[in-house]
Each structure stands twice: as C-alpha cells, then as structure tokens.
Design a protein around this ligand. Structure first.
Ligand code: GTP
Ligand code: MG
Length: 199
C-alpha cells in the first residue's frame, strides 16, 4: 500500500467526539505495551507518528488517523495495565466498548498479541466479545523478532490451541518489518468487502 498522506484527525476521550464523516476504519486493539503504536507506525512507514513508549498504558484516548484521505486507522487504548487506577481503567473500558459496539464504519479489528505470552483474561474477554458481536478481526502476533524461529512455530501452535486451529495468525515484527505485507493484504481484503456501502 502506498501511503500518500496520514494525519491525526482526532484524539477522543469521549464517544461524542468520534469523527462523524464516514470512512472505513481498521481498529488496533491489544493489551497495554503489546506494541500497537509500533505496529501502526510500521504499517504507515512513519517512525514517530504514534508515540511509542517504554511506559505501559500511555495511550489513553482513541486516536483516529486519516490515511490517504480514504480510510482511518484507529488506535485503541491498551487494556489491562495493572498500575492504572481502577477509575481510569473503567473509563478506558467504557470508551473502547462504546467504539466497538456502535461504530458502523468499523471494518475489522487488528487484534495484537505478544508472541511470547499466553492469552490474558482480558485478551479472552476481547476475543469472546469480538466473536459474540461478529466483529471481523485479524489476530497478529507481534514482537516475533524476540523469539527464535523454532520458538515462533511453537508459540504459534500454542496460540492456535487457544484460538482454534483455523485461526489465521499473522506473525509480525515492528523491528524487522516481518508480516507487514501480509497484514496489509488482509486489511485490504477486509476493506474491499465494505467498499460502496460506506458513503
Ligand atoms: P501502550 O499504548 O502504552 O498501551 O503501548 P503500545 O501497545 O502502543 O506499545 P508500543 O508500540 O508503545 O511498544 C511498547 C514497547 O515495545 C516499546 O518499547 C517498543 O519499542 C517495543 N516493541 C513494540 N513492537 C516491537 C517489536 O515488534 N519488536 C521489538 N523488539 N520491540 C517492540
Ligand atoms: Mg500506544
């Protein structure tokens, strides 16, 4: 995908602020610090479009990025960061729920998992939830560069046991660019399914 323009269209802390103009949207979800912002930067070939941090739980609002003036990338706040006070966590959850349940322009969720970790309780909640609302999703295992090739295959198999053998996982690394083309292809297919019924 050739990226000709990217702009941070809106940073929203309340559903009332979500952009009204209808464009197809791909949302990025995953636990705090999993690598969502790095993945978005890699896809858009922008080094610092989305702030990447070593401090988990940094993304607290929903960021809407308008890409090529034709679709949006939506960076959802990471879930499950224990050190955040419960009131803040509840506010995040409400914001994410409001987006995922009601957003008619949502085409697909890129669900990001750390290849080295087991699914957390919150990962499972999101998974059950995507399934029960029939929201299309693309499971991505990121930070693949952090494990050996042999370990990658083992981790992939372990995740398939949790998500079902037909789970079509994308192995990804923001560091090496592994999986970038495959993920773009999957997102393009998802967007092509909704072409014509967005405007
Ligand atoms: P929050 O917004 O805070 O929830 O985090 P996030 O999910 O957006 O993660 P972010 O992209 O900020 O990355 C968190 C840390 O993981 C940073 O130190 C990144 O450099 C590192 N990181 C992200 N992706 C990769 C990857 O593919 N490989 C390696 N080696 N490090 C990564
Ligand atoms: Mg982030």
């Amino acid at each position: 995908m050739k990226i000709t323009s990217v702009e941070l269209e809106k940073r929203c802390r309340d559903p009332k602020e979500f952009p009204r103009f209808r464009l197809p949207e791909i949302a990025f979800a995953g636990r705090s610090n999993v690598g969502k912002s790095s993945l978005i930067n890699t896809l858009l070939t922008r080094k610092r479009l989305v702030a990447v941090s070593s401090t988990p739980g940094k993304t607290r609002a929903i960021d809407f990025f308008r890409v090529n003036d034709t679709f949006r990338f939506v960076d959802l706040p990471g879930y499950g960061y224990a050190k955040v006070p419960e009131t803040v966590r509840n506010a995040w959850k409400k914001l994410i729920d409001a987006y995922l349940v009601n957003r008619e322009t949502l085409v697909s969720v890129v669900w990001i998992l750390d290849i080295r970790r087991e699914l957390s309780e919150l990962d499972r909640m999101l998974y059950d939830w995507l399934c029960s609302y029939s929201i299309p999703y693309i499971p991505v295992c990121t930070k693949a560069d952090k494990v050996s090739l042999g370990e990658r295959a083992k981790r992939e198999e372990a995740l398939r046991k949790s998500l079902g053998q037909d789970a079509d996982l994308v192995l990804f690394s923001a560091k090496t660019g592994l999986g970038k083309d495959v993920l773009w292809k999957r997102m393009r297919v998802a967007m092509s399914h909704v072409e014509g019924r967005m405007c």
